[in-house]
Ligand binder design. Structure first.
Ligand SMILES: Cc1cc2nc3c(=O)[nH]c(=O)nc-3n(C[C@H](O)[C@H](O)[C@H](O)COP(=O)(O)OP(=O)(O)OC[C@H]3O[C@@H](n4cnc5c(N)ncnc54)[C@H](O)[C@@H]3O)c2cc1C
Ligand SMILES: *[C@@H]1O[C@H](CO)[C@@H](O)[C@H](O)[C@H]1NC(C)=O
Ligand SMILES: *[C@@H]1O[C@H](CO)[C@@H](O)[C@H](O)[C@H]1NC(C)=O
Ligand SMILES: *[C@@H]1O[C@H](CO)[C@@H](O)[C@H](O)[C@H]1NC(C)=O
Ligand SMILES: *[C@@H]1O[C@H](CO)[C@@H](O)[C@H](O)[C@H]1NC(C)=O
Length: 548
């Protein structure tokens, strides 16, 4: 009782502070900040003034907009950065960190701008965007099968360079090519190769990070704990990751993909039910996803499920395999399309009839999400019974579900072999699949968008019955600011709630690493790793430091 009143009191104070900000001295502060940037390293090879955008620069707004992926966070009332710095050199990054610290501004690090909650470019306190788009070199060594990729590259730029050099080298990254390397690798990163080679972070072998003191650290100098934390601990907590050394993996010259569709009238329920038993146990060479949504067919509303796979091999191997494991699906030669691995990315990105140059298009708008959207993600450990599926369909048929998509992505394979503590990303053995939920709409915030938001929140709460429990696990790469807000007892810290859900037992180690590398919590946002255990302990459990 006491705790909760105390909580409401601090909430009250917070609201007062938000509505009556400090006197408007931000401008003079900004000038001091700019002076600081200019004097940080005046002899730098590239003058920092070339990469500073304030409200007075004509291109400020277009630079700000350039990688905003979710228009929910691009409204007239969305807080805007005081300054955008788009570094060309490491000293530009050091200057931005140093000057933001001494002038009391928060920084938001942006690579590809796909954060689901806009945390890479929106803050409620005066802030600077450190925008990485100029730092996007991709350096591939085909012989050694490694690549150094800078955080500001989008995945497509990496895939494109890779495809130019080899048809049989790949990397286990995502489907949507505009996603930034920096944020993607910070969260873990699932994609078409997860059942064969694990998540992207399982294939990161070195990295360069710039910490709060401006030190430039690689794997050796940062130490194994920090190197562990930046692989899956979520972006924006530990420092600015400049580049990543990635282990390339082998794929055959041609892969096989298919997409088979079923509706409710075509016994969809039985297929989806069966899929849950089959897909997670298929060989690692098969990636398997079912996506479900409401469609209008012959004037009648129904659910359409697309069963899609990519297979690292030929149709004459895949067809007998599927015939043995999932005969009901009836996979035939005509369903199979052969293509290069990189073309399979376009296939899953629903990009048709485009040459692979489209991978270089940073402003390409993925059909997989609306201009504005809200997404959530669940992990599933037990198959959903047919009776459960039959309860789900009416929800997906609701009026406000018109743009909703629910996708089951099979785990198993390599995902079962990597221990939970191997990287900060913990969602491994025991998960049959994850469910990604998305609703999208066309830009403007209005009554309709609120209805979509309400729909996905209600649907997520309904799906709790089928999802992982204690905790109901979540993926930090699918950032969701709702997590923790509805928890019954948040008096001892929302961070405890999302921390356990995103990271399970890895959360404690993440806090320890944070305490070590950024003890004053300079790198922070709504869901950054806290720099102390105060307020986030389990009730009655004292977690002591110095465990490793
Ligand atoms: C259309 C779409 C498709 C997606 N598909 C997939 C998918 O297939 N698989 C998957 O795993 N995820 C997927 N995601 C989620 C995606 O991986 C995350 O949103 C990821 O964080 C985006 O990276 P970014 O660099 O584009 O984002 P940003 O918004 O730039 O960054 C995300 C977070 O990381 C921080 N950050 C960014 N760069 C750095 C850096 N250099 N150093 C330190 N911190 C940094 C930011 O501050 C922010 O907190 C998808 C997202 C979208 C919108
Ligand atoms: C922004 O404007 C300032 C002042 O006119 C100028 O010095 C700076 O070079 C401009 N920034 C860019 C990126 O052009
Ligand atoms: C940036 O986006 C906002 C909001 O969508 C819009 O009002 C503004 O005109 C855009 N600016 C540019 C230069 O496109
Ligand atoms: C659906 O299942 C029923 C009962 O098992 C069967 O009779 C029917 O032919 C199936 N329909 C389709 C389209 O497969
Ligand atoms: C792609 O191009 C082919 C041949 O030009 C055409 O038949 C097909 O319909 C196109 N597909 C899509 C999805 O546009």
């Amino acid at each position: 009782m006491k705790a909760s009143r105390c909580f409401s009191m601090s909430l009250f104070l917070l609201i007062v502070l938000i509505s009556f900000p400090w006197p408007n001295s931000a401008n003079s502060h900004v000038n001091d900040f700019l002076d600081c940037l200019h004097s940080f390293h005046p002899k730098d090879t590239v003058s920092i003034s070339k990469v500073i955008y304030t409200h007075n620069n004509a291109s400020y707004s277009s630079v700000l907009n350039s990688t905003i992926q979710n228009l929910r966070f691009s409204t007239p009332t969305t807080p805007k950065p005081l300054v955008i710095v788009a570094p060309l050199t490491t000293s530009h990054i050091q200057a931005t960190i140093h000057c933001s610290r001494i002038h009391g501004f928060q920084i938001r690090i942006r690579s590809g701008g796909h954060d689901f909650e806009g945390l890479s470019y929106v803050s409620r306190v005066p802030f600077i965007i450190l925008d990485m788009f100029n730092l996007r070199t991709v350096d591939i060594d085909v012989e050694k099968k490694v690549a150094w990729v800078q955080s500001g590259a989008i995945q497509g730029e990496f895939y494109y360079e890779l495809a130019k050099m080899s048809r049989t080298l790949a990397f286990p990254a995502g489907i949507c090519h505009t996603v930034g390397i920096g944020g993607y690798l910070s969260g873990g990163g699932y994609g078409l190769l997860l059942r064969k080679y694990g998540i992207a972070d399982d294939n990161v072998i070195d990295a360069v990070i710039i910490d709060v003191k401006g030190r430039i650290l690689n794997r050796k100098s940062m130490g194994e704990d920090l190197f562990w934390a930046i692989r899956g601990g979520g972006g924006g907590s530990f420092g600015v990751v400049l580049s990543w050394k990635l282990k390339l993996v082998s794929v055959p010259e041609t892969v096989t993909v298919y997409n088979i569709r079923k509706t409710l009238e075509q016994n969809l329920t039985e297929f989806v039910h069966q899929w849950q038993y089959v897909a997670p146990k298929l060989p690692g060479d098969v990636f398997s996803v079912v996506s479900m949504r409401k469609v209008n067919q012959n004037g009648k509303q129904t659910i359409l499920a697309s069963f899609s796979s990519s297979f690292l091999g030929k149709p004459n191997e895949l067809i007998p395999l599927m015939k043995a494991r999932f005969p009901e699906l009836g996979l035939k030669k005509e369903d199979c399309i052969e293509m290069s691995w990189v073309e399979s990315l376009l296939f899953f990105g629903q990009i048709r009839n485009e040459s692979i140059e489209v991978l270089l298009d940073r402003s390409y708008k993925s059909p997989l999400s609306g201009p504005s959207f809200k997404s959530k993600l669940d992990y599933v450990k037990n198959p959903i019974p047919e009776s459960g599926l039959k309860k789900i369909w009416p929800k997906l048929l609701e009026e406000d579900a018109e743009t909703a998509v629910m996708a089951f992505v099979a785990y198993g394979g390599k995902m079962d072999e990597v221990p939970e503590s191997s990287t900060a990303f913990p969602h491994r053995k025991g998960n049959l699949f994850h469910i990604a939920y998305t609703v999208g709409w066309n830009g403007e915030e209005n009554v309709k968008s609120q209805r979509y938001m309400n729909w996905i929140r209600n649907f997520y709460s309904f799906m709790g019955e089928f999802a992982s429990k204690s905790p109901r696990e979540a993926y930090v790469g699918y950032r969701d600011n709702d997590i923790g807000t509805n928890d019954k007892d948040t008096s001892y810290g929302k961070a405890r709630v999302w921390g356990r859900k995103y990271f399970k037992n890895n959360f404690d180690k993440l806090v320890h690493v944070k305490m070590m590398i950024d003890p004053h919590n300079f790198f922070k946002h709504e869901q950054s790793i806290p720099s102390s255990f105060t307020g986030i302990q389990e009730k009655g459990v004292i977690i002591t430091g110095g465990r490793f």
